[in-house]
Design a protein around this ligand. Sequence first.
Ligand SMILES: [Zn+2]
Length: 226
Amino acid sequence: MSPKHHPDEATLLSYAAGSLSAGAKLLLDCHLACCESCQRKVAQVEAFGGELLQAIPSAVMHRSIDQLLAKLDTPEQLQALQDGQANVKPHAPEWLPEWAQQLSPWLDHEQKDKDLWQRVAPGISQIRFDHERFAADKAVRLLRIAPGTCMPKHGHSGSELTLILQGSYSDETGRFCAGDVADLDPDIKHQPIADRDTPCICLIVTDAPLRFEGWIPKLMQPFFGL
Ligand SMILES: [Zn+2]
């Protein structure tokens, strides 16, 4: 498959630099699993980052490595992640595509699919990922929108990343199908309408405060014309 809508280059740079929040990284991991174009871009950035590292004076390097280490997972966080992964069951929900199986550990497999979803409005239900791993994200959730449902027009207090897992929707910025990512700035207002054939299921990560904080994205932005 070849998605038509991709994360911004700035988001891909932050991904390659390891400075995305856990929720945003999970969303990008899933998109990359189905998008060769973004895989190539990330590989390019990583190769370039390696050359850049060799050219950086060692004092700057040590300071940056300290900052990087401070962002790595603590043993407790790693244990929590392993506990989450231990929940993987052979039968993931049928609506979860093969390329997005990385979401499976965060779903409660003890519950029936209909009990997993929590109704939030007519035609709209959600599954929140409330694990402490996602504490830095404002919200990480799956949204299921019934066919033909029109969402209220809304803006965002922060950035919003959306990955379509099943079905499709259209809004002012285009039509989004399985594998597509909508990478929205806070100033964009939109009104998604789910297409009429199947429910639209998407992963939504709001407000990832770690975005753009890494020194690698800042150093590399001029080279990529951002
Ligand atoms: Zn892509």
